[in-house]
Ligand binder design. Structure first.
Ligand SMILES: Cc1cc2nc3c(=O)[nH]c(=O)nc-3n(C[C@H](O)[C@H](O)[C@H](O)COP(=O)(O)OP(=O)(O)OC[C@H]3O[C@@H](n4cnc5c(N)ncnc54)[C@H](O)[C@@H]3O)c2cc1C
Length: 271
């Protein structure tokens, strides 16, 4: 987290909580800052992005404030003295409706609401004093090559295990570039093989995307992947297996070898 974290206050009003602390990746600092601000401001709901850190923050904050906590929710609405939300369960096959009494904490599924614009002015700032974290910053490492934010990309070319080597991913990158889009992937490519950064993995445990065009190359279309792409306007897929589940959700499909299909598309785009 940076030294400042943002909390939602009241009906859509934003509060910038200034912890004045060192820039440390310590969820406990965020929890402490938000708890202090909440004790003063008494918000009816505290919404935290359901990122890896955000989930930890939401749960610990709720425990600290002795409030209820909704996890990984979206389509939130206030009804009387409660807040209602939806939550994907069974890998997105079923949508559960969940409810908590206000006030409460909720971790909100990433990508389901537009990002708050950075550098926004006019925010109310709440100083919460200095914070003591249990984490000591030893070293700061640069993040791996900056990539486009998938949540705002209008075209995404996504690579799956149909790619045989890391080097072959240049095919997907070239196509993404030619279409003015961003590169994404299925989970095995980032989490198992380490071929691409974690933030490019799309799906239930990764990013939820909603581009105008989602092009899946060599991705089978397991439920956990589909959970992150089902809001896309158009889904297209290239797969050698005509029975691959991805074709059940795709608007357009090419049954073929991506090693032939992608160069052919690139050739057409060039000409
Ligand atoms: C709790 C949990 C959470 C998970 N969360 C996620 C998640 O968020 N996101 C995610 O993606 N996965 C997730 N998974 C993993 C998921 O279940 C699948 O294992 C994964 O999505 C499969 O990735 P894939 O489609 O790239 O690989 P595979 O399922 O192996 O599919 C590869 C596809 O490539 C095709 N192919 C092979 N060669 C070619 C070629 N030359 N040209 C064209 N097509 C070819 C094959 O026919 C096949 O359909 C999760 C799993 C669990 C248990």
């Amino acid at each position: 987290m940076t030294e400042r974290s943002r909390a939602s206050q009241g009906a859509g009003k934003d509060l910038l909580v200034d912890g004045g602390a060192e820039v440390v990746e310590d969820p406990d600092l965020t929890v402490e800052a938000l708890a202090r601000a909440a004790a003063k401001k008494r918000p009816s709901a505290i919404l935290v992005g359901a990122t890896r850190t955000g989930r930890i923050v939401a749960a610990r904050l709720a425990a600290k404030l002795r409030l209820g906590c909704l996890s990984d929710v979206y389509r939130l609405k206030v009804q009387g003295s409660s807040i209602l939300g939806e939550r994907d369960v069974f890998a997105g096959k079923v949508v559960a409706q969940v409810k908590a009494d206000l006030p409460c904490v909720a971790s909100v599924k990433v990508g389901t609401y537009p990002k708050m614009s950075e550098g926004r002015t006019g925010l109310e700032v709440e100083e919460v004093g200095s914070l003591q974290g249990g984490v000591r910053l030893v070293e700061t490492l640069e993040k791996r090559a900056a990539t486009t934010d998938l949540r705002s990309a209008s075209v995404i070319v996504s690579a799956g295990r149909g790619f045989r080597t890391k080097e072959d991913l240049s095919l997907a990158e070239d196509l993404a570039r030619a279409l003015g889009g961003a590169l994404g992937c299925s989970r095995p490519l980032s989490s198992d093989y380490g071929w691409l950064p974690e933030e490019l993995h799309i799906g239930l445990t990764g990013v939820t995307v909603r581009p105008s065009l989602y092009l899946a190359l060599g991705i089978s279309g397991q439920l956990q992947h589909i959970a992150g792409i089902k809001e896309s306007k158009v889904i297209a897929a290239v797969n050698t297996d005509k029975d691959a589940p991805i074709f059940q959700v795709a608007d357009y499909g090419i049954v073929g070898d991506l090693y032939q299909v992608v160069p052919a598309i690139l050739e057409i785009l060039k000409s």
